[in-house]
Design a protein around this ligand. Structure first.
Ligand code: ARG
Length: 476
């Protein structure tokens, strides 16, 4: 007897495998140890039970089990759910996966009726159904966490007011941008992650139950009936495709990988921002770690792991793509390998979103440091060139004039402002553009980084977030 599902099961009594009829000898210990999936697919039990409830109702609907038999199985399934929830479920060495464990226990509890549960069903359509149900639930939790992070980004953008910091290209200071603008840039990337998830869910929301092992059944089963019992929107069109496709899993993994990559980019910025060199932000003690040796240290481990874990999540995606490659139709046991990468990516992305959200919500920005970094006079160079353009000078020429002044200022004999003030084509009015804080106010075009377009953007983001909040709140 094995009460720990994470121990490799090893049946001593071979009559207990699901396929014992055809076999004279029983499974070898090495076979069970290598092929079992209970140690990782146990978390599918709520979905396995939901699938079995729908299936047994379908069997009754088709007249393949009587009303009392159906009810006996449903009661047994309720008890299995209770035992799973409370931890009272006792695993047997023959429980090679969650499907086997649930069916074995139903058979013990429901007597002869239990033996009818698997009629017209295979673990191939069963496990495909379970995973789709699991994804539809868990991916929505990830979507909720994304919306939570977006709420924090929007709130912090609101608090940031007119605070600005350097915008970078090539990681070199380019032009000042409002902090709100920078925060919302990440917010919009997360909106695209939500769009991808919503689109993917449409393809996950297709019931494979009723495809049986690969070809359907001789029994009068109705896949549409069980699909609607389970709340699926659509039903498979082709039984081979139903049990033999996993592109939806690859797609979920890609969506999660993209979220992870977006988090890793945000994480990298926070690693920089919280460094002494940047000093743009300080982490709350609850969201930072210390050093076991260096007493002065305060480390941004969440941000670093947001960066680091993206690597393993990319591995989950690429590993699974490699598993799928070249697999002939229909079900192949290789597909059992969809679960660990899927579960890992879903767990890590969910945890990463929660941690990054808390970290950003509680951090303190240091506007003086941000603005001091953005206030270098050369940050206004483009504004000077554009000032000349508005006075009829071709941009290429204006660029060269201002570039020469910047070069001269770098020589150190006079500041850019002084040089601009003394230049025949520029003068005092243009020199005012070089004053701290002016450049960011001149980014006025739609979608730009200055106060005027950012106010519009905040409004649009608020509306978009409202829609996504409703979506994660209302859809199943
Ligand atoms: N644990 C298996 C999986 O995850 C269940 C299906 C096994 N089917 C079979 N014919 N051996 O794919």
């Amino acid at each position: 007897m094995n009460t720990n599902p994470h121990d490799a099961p090893m049946p001593d009594d071979h009559s207990k495998t699901l396929w014992h009829g055809r076999f004279e000898g029983g499974p070898a210990a090495e076979l069970m140890a290598f092929t079992e999936s209970l140690s990782f697919d146990l978390r599918l039990w709520p979905d396995d039970i939901a699938g079995s409830r729908a299936h047994v109702r379908g069997l009754a609907h088709a007249g393949l089990v009587s009303g009392p038999e159906r009810d006996a199985i449903l009661v047994a399934l309720d008890q299995v759910a209770d035992e799973m929830r409370s931890g009272a479920f006792v695993f047997q060495p023959s429980d090679e996966d969650v499907h086997t464990a649930v069916e074995r226990r139903v058979t013990e509890l429901a007597g002869p009726a239990g033996g009818k549960l698997h009629t017209g069903r295979s673990r191939n359509d069963q496990s495909a159904t379970d995973v789709r149900l699991w994804v539809m639930r868990e991916l929505r939790v990830v979507a909720e966490r994304i919306v939570d992070l977006q709420r924090v980004l929007l709130a912090r953008a609101g608090d940031a007011g007119q605070v600005y910091l350097p915008g970078y290209t090539h990681m070199q200071r380019a032009q000042p941008v409002l902090l709100a603008h920078h925060l919302l840039a990440h917010g919009w990337a997360l909106t695209r992650d939500l769009e991808r998830i919503r689109d993917t869910l449409r393809r996950v929301d297709v019931s494979p139950l009723g495809a049986a092992a690969l070809a359907g059944s001789s029994l009068p089963l109705d896949p549409a009936f069980t699909a609607s019992e389970l709340g699926f929107t659509a039903v498979f069109e082709n039984s081979l495709d139903a049990v033999g496709s996993r592109d939806h899993i690859a797609e979920v993994l890609f969506d999660l990988t993209m979220v992870a990559i977006n988090l890793s980019r945000l994480g990298e910025e926070w690693v920089l921002w919280t460094s002494e060199e940047f000093g743009f932000a300080k982490l709350d003690d609850g969201y930072a770690t210390g050093s076991s040796m260096l007493p002065q240290k305060k480390n941004p481990d969440i941000a670093e792991l947001a960066r680091g874990k993206a690597g393993r999540i990319i591995g989950d995606l690429t590993g699974f793509l490699a598993t799928m490659k070249g697999l002939p139709l229909s079900y192949n046991r290789d597909y059992q390998e969809d679960k660990e990468p899927l579960f890992d990516a879903m767990d890590q992305v969910r945890l990463g979103l929660g941690a990054m959200t808390g970290m950003i919500a509680t951090a303190t920005f240091v506007p003086e440091r941000m603005q001091a970094a953005a206030d270098s006079e050369s940050g206004s160079a483009t504004d000077l060139a554009e000032w000349l353009v508005l006075r009829g000078i071709p941009f290429r020429e204006a660029h060269a004039i201002v570039g020469a002044l910047v070069r001269e200022a770098l020589g150190g004999t006079a500041s850019l402002r002084e040089l601009v003030a003394g230049h025949p084509l520029l003068g005092a009015e243009a020199a005012a553009l070089v004053a701290p804080g002016v450049a960011v106010t001149r980014r006025t075009t739609p979608g730009g980084a200055g106060p005027v377009p950012v106010a519009v953007q905040m409004q649009r983001f608020t509306e978009s977030l409202g829609e996504w909040s409703r979506w994660v709140g209302t859809s199943r």
